[in-house]
Write a protein that binds this ligand. Structure first.
Ligand code: CA
Length: 160
């Protein structure tokens, strides 16, 4: 009897959280992240999923003086995208795994290709994962300090 009551209470608390608290938290959390979004929308930014196409083309595109994307580069970025996607959870994030995957990338073009694979295969963006993870709890995603470290790392990479 007592157990059932506890369960009902837990379900009600969860329902209230998802109906009310979650949208409110989402609305108020992390202001000032718009600049990162502007950066991701900028085709000059390596966080943009199109940036890599300045240097590489794939079968079906015209070369236009670009290099054919090596399969090894694609595989590397696909693996990094999976690790980055898996690093973020609904309750907890594995920041060490995120930075491990990011550190495996050795150019801005690879970061952009990874962002592009996250968009296509995992239906999310690199910036969104960094900012919000997969959830809307305040601890989801990276902290401002961690985001700055990640962006600095990317900005210091060579283009290609
Ligand atoms: Ca976190």
């Amino acid at each position: 009897m007592e157990k059932n009551k506890l369960l009902i209470n837990a379900v009600m608390i969860l329902a209230i959280y998802f109906l009310f608290a979650k949208p409110i938290l989402k609305f108020f959390r992390k202001p000032g992240k718009e600049s990162y979004q502007a950066e991701a929308n900028d085709p000059q930014s390596p966080l943009n999923g199109n940036f890599w196409q300045r240097y590489f083309y794939i079968v079906g595109m015209t070369a236009n003086g670009r290099r054919l994307l090596p399969l090894g580069t694609y595989t590397k970025c696909r693996d990094a995208a999976k690790k980055i996607f898996d690093a973020f959870g609904y309750i907890n994030d594995d920041e060490t795994q995120f930075f491990g995957a990011l550190n495996s990338l050795s150019s801005k073009a690879e970061v952009s290709l990874t962002a592009s694979i996250l968009e296509q295969k995992h239906n999310t963006s690199l910036l969104s994962l960094m900012n919000y993870g997969k959830g809307t709890l305040p601890q989801n995603g990276l902290s401002d300090g961690e985001i700055n470290i990640a962006i600095k790392f990317v900005n210091n990479l060579p283009n290609l």
